[in-house]
Design a protein around this ligand. Structure first.
Ligand code: COA
Length: 198
């Protein structure tokens, strides 16, 4: 009986603590972002970097452990990153958006959990820096990433550098998207290929 009451109190206090932490973190993010719309929610356990390069529209809703990072410098190199996210964005848990260049996400885009949108790699792909420790290599990218309106990216999918995903398209679970996906398509697999037209 008494243990039940203690457990309930602990659960209640934990909920209140998380709510307060969320609120404080949201206020910090909103003030640090380049621009932030109405109705902004980000979980307090998220990792954010370079918020002054990130613009976010209305109704942003990102669940636990989002990594949202715009690198303007890394290992002595300078970059000019920019992230623009439209209205009505949803991200499930453990998503990762990272850039040294440009990532544009349109309106009404939904990411399931464990989705990665990353435009850079450690090294530039010709392996001239193979003798340099991985994390010390100069970051390289192929191009910008653009995700148009109304796209749904399913659980575990990865969107790589230089890719454009056309409006209304769906990217299947665990896909690795290395090339453009046209509008109104379902794409799946590794590398992702169109499996259906909508
Ligand atoms: C992409 C998806 C939506 C497509 O669903 P669908 O239109 O019903 O597709 P189908 O099941 O008819 O599959 C069509 C073909 O593509 C293949 N396929 C479907 N999804 C695939 C995937 N993620 N990876 C590889 N192949 C896939 C199927 O095996 C099938 O191939 P076949 O014709 O040789 O048998 C669905 O498969 C998917 O990945 N859902 C993820 C759900 C999710 O992440 N939910 C999180 C909630 S936010």
């Amino acid at each position: 009986m008494i243990t039940n009451i203690i457990v309930r109190i602990v659960i209640l206090l934990r909920k209140k603590y998380i709510k307060l932490m969320d609120k404080i973190f949201q206020i910090h993010c909103c003030h640090s972002l380049k621009s932030c719309g109405n109705n902004f929610y980000i979980s307090y356990d998220s990792t954010v970097m370079g918020l002054n390069h990130i613009m976010i529209g209305d109704n942003f809703n990102a669940h636990a452990r989002l990594k949202l990072r715009a690198f303007d410098s890394y290992e002595g190199q300078e970059y000019s990153p920019s992230v623009k996210i439209g209205n009505n964005f949803y991200a499930g848990t453990d998503c990762h958006i990272g850039t040294i260049g440009c990532i544009t996400i349109g309106n009404n885009v939904t990411l399931a959990s464990k989705v990665c949108i990353i435009d850079h790699s450690h090294g530039i792909g010709d392996y001239s820096d193979i003798n340099i420790p991985v994390l010390k290599r100069r970051l390289g990218k192929k191009g910008s990433i653009s995700i148009e309106d109304n796209v749904w990216i399913c659980e575990g999918a990865i969107i790589l550098s230089g890719v454009k995903i056309g409006q209304n398209s769906i990217i299947g679970a665990n896909a690795v998207v290395t090339h453009n996906i046209p509008a109104n398509s379902i794409a799946a697999g590794i590398p992702a290929k169109v499996i259906k037209k909508l």
